[in-house]
Write a protein that binds this ligand. Structure first.
Ligand code: FPP
Length: 238
């Protein structure tokens, strides 16, 4: 059946929510209208992922490079983050969703930082799907932060350089303790990683789709999940 869900689902799914600007442009609307439509879709797809049994979902909401966009667009995004985090606090309770943030959230306006902290604290006791929202996130910045924290442990005499393993690095990332992403979906047709989960995605399958994020629905997700289930993952073996 065309719309059927496969049996094999990724334990950890990443989504690069791309194409909001183009979606708005095609309709003659300001870019902020595209982000508003994208934010509404973020909520819909998150709840759908929780419903079908995805255990970890990571969405790319704001990169370390996005600050260079026009001030008006950045400000519209901050307003949307506030609105949707408030909603997430309330609505994700019924879905039992745990919300975590990946990235340097100290750079956001103080009210947003408070909301981020509250959202993490209140949802921490839940047991359902873990939703990681990558905000002011960059894969390289995350690795620099990890290297610094490992270097501090070496300087303090807690860790010998020879004892540093891949596990040491994984444990120093924002995603410590979580499985690596199995599948990363990039709507809007771009073939780039854009600094998303650089270390963690070493063996992730990528599915690029020609649909803009605000139009990306459960059927598109199901199609990506079927493509993932049909791929043979060899992790560098044969
Ligand atoms: C990329 O599209 C999208 C973003 C930079 C913003 C994504 C943010 C949301 C969908 C809001 C989510 C809200 C929460 C609370 C997580 P683009 O602007 O680069 O599109 P373009 O490539 O077509 O210009």
């Amino acid at each position: 059946m065309k719309d059927e869900l496969p049996q094999l689902l990724p334990a950890h799914l990443g989504i690069i929510m791309d194409g909001n600007g183009r979606w708005a442009k095609r309709r003659g609307l300001p870019r902020s209208a595209g982000h508003a439509a994208g934010a509404a879709n973020f909520k819909k797809i998150t709840r759908y992922c929780s419903k079908i049994g995805i255990r970890y979902l990571t969405v790319y909401a704001f990169s370390t490079e996005n600050w260079t966009r026009p001030a008006e667009e950045v400000s519209a995004l901050m307003t949307l983050f506030r609105k949707y985090l408030e909603e997430a606090l309330r609505d994700f309770r019924d879905d039992d969703i745990v919300v975590r943030f990946l990235g340097d959230t100290a750079a956001f306006p103080p009210e947003l930082q408070t909301l981020i902290r509250e959202t993490e604290e209140i949802s921490a006791a839940r047991t359902g799907m873990v939703l990681n929202i990558a905000m002011n996130y960059g894969g390289r910045a995350e690795l620099v932060r990890a290297v610094r924290s490992i270097a501090e442990r070496v300087r303090a005499g807690e860790l010998a350089p020879d004892a540093i393993t891949e596990e040491t690095v994984s444990s120093a990332l924002y995603t410590a303790g979580q499985p690596d992403p199995d599948l990363i979906i990039r709507p809007s047709g771009e073939h780039r990683t854009s600094n998303f989960l650089l270390w963690q995605s070493a063996y992730a399958e990528y599915v690029i789709m020609d649909v803009l994020w605000p139009d990306f629905g459960p059927d598109d997700l199901n199609a990506a999940l079927r493509e993932y289930a049909n791929r043979s993952r060899r992790f560098g073996g044969v």
